[in-house]
Design a protein around this ligand. Structure first.
Ligand SMILES: C[C@](O)(CO)[C@H](O)COP(=O)(O)OP(=O)(O)OC[C@H]1O[C@@H](n2ccc(N)nc2=O)[C@H](O)[C@@H]1O
Ligand SMILES: Nc1ncnc2c1ncn2[C@@H]1O[C@H](COP(=O)(O)OP(=O)(O)OP(=O)(O)O)[C@@H](O)[C@H]1O
Length: 289
């Protein structure tokens, strides 16, 4: 048997870090939403009990460093599954980009293997298992839009943000999440208004939403990688309504209401940036909702 799962990317509309915890992780408060840019995960049964990864992407590990491999190994061990699985990953989400590509691949593998191996687990149970793989995996198990707290694994669902285009631009560099958190100086950051963003989304208020985007991790990544600041400036100059870095970066996203402006911004960015995408937020509401 063979089955397919989509693994969508996420962006963080608001990302605050409250403090560093004794376990080394940081306590976060962030609003995440899935976008229509997805890897494809193909799961095929193996009778020999092995787990294999095939991705045809030189930046993606094909062994137990791959988060999809870790997801399969965890389920196999926890539920004493005898079968194995071949995991084919068609990468669309840029790697080490702040878009949770690896986390979403792991989450899709959990959802897919739950079906393939007939484990009968709920999404809540899969999300709990996902937290053992990485902080973003729990959110990715559900997708949609959510307020995430704790180290990111406590997920509270909220409505989708107002109707808009998301333009993504990824500079050629990759960024290490651990490096960004390690260089964060919380005495120097400006905290975003996460509660205000929550209210804007609940009220489906586009103007309010674009005025409230914020990410404390920008303070680190923009300093370490000036090309990210350059892309932010260009996206603003081309006319995006709001511009923010996603996660630990380096991908920058712009929020735009009108198609014509979205095209203008994409054309402008493609002049100097290889990876530019225009996507919708998954499950978005239209402006009349
Ligand atoms: C930046 C975000 O992507 C925003 O959604 C996440 O906070 C990061 O999530 P992630 O990539 O799944 O992170 P993990 O794989 O769990 O952790 C990678 C590293 O990031 C740091 N880390 C991550 C999450 C967190 N709440 N505090 C941290 O300090 C830790 O140094 C950890 O070793
Ligand atoms: N399935 C996978 N896809 C991509 N990278 C993976 C995968 N599994 C493991 N990795 C490793 O994880 C690193 C980070 O990749 P990923 O694309 O998940 O980063 P990210 O989008 O910044 O994640 P996040 O936003 O959750 O911090 C890569 O450099 C790669 O070595």
């Amino acid at each position: 048997m063979r089955l397919l799962e989509k693994a969508p990317a996420k962006i963080n509309l608001s990302l605050d870090v409250l403090h560093k915890r004794p376990d080394g992780f940081h306590e976060v408060k962030m609003i995440m939403t899935t976008i229509d840019l997805a890897d494809r995960i193909e799961l095929s049964e193996r009778k020999d009990g092995q787990i294999t990864i095939l991705s045809h992407n030189r930046y993606v590990p094909d062994d137990n460093r791959n988060l999809a491999y870790q997801a399969a190994a965890l389920l196999k061990e926890r539920f004493n599954v005898k079968q194995g699985v071949s995991i084919g990953i068609t990468k669309v989400i840029p790697v080490a980009a702040g878009l949770a590509g690896g986390s979403s691949d792991a989450a899709a593998t959990l959802r897919g293997l739950n079906r393939l191996w007939k484990l009968g687990l709920t999404l809540d149970e899969l999300a709990e298992i996902g937290a053992e793989i990485g902080s973003d995996v729990s959110f990715c198990v559900y997708g949609g839009t959510a307020l995430a707290t704790g180290r990111g694994e406590i997920v509270q669902h909220i409505p989708a943000p107002p109707h808009s285009w998301i333009v993504l631009a990824k500079p050629t560099i990759g960024v290490s999440t651990a490096e960004v958190y390690n260089n964060l100086d919380l005495s120097k950051v400006e905290h975003p208004d996460v509660e205000g963003m929550l209210a804007a989304i609940h009220e489906n208020d586009y103007e309010k939403m674009i005025g409230l985007v914020g990410n404390v991790l920008e303070s680190v990544t923009l300093r370490l990688y000036p090309e990210v600041a350059h892309i932010k400036e260009q996206m603003k100059k081309f006319g995006a309504d709001a511009v923010l870095m996603s996660g630990s970066g380096p991908t920058v996203f712009g929020i735009i209401q009108y198609d014509s402006r979205m095209h203008r911004i994409c054309n402008g960015l493609r002049g100097f940036c290889d990876q530019v995408f225009a996507v919708r937020i998954l499950g978005e509401r239209n402006s009349l909702d």
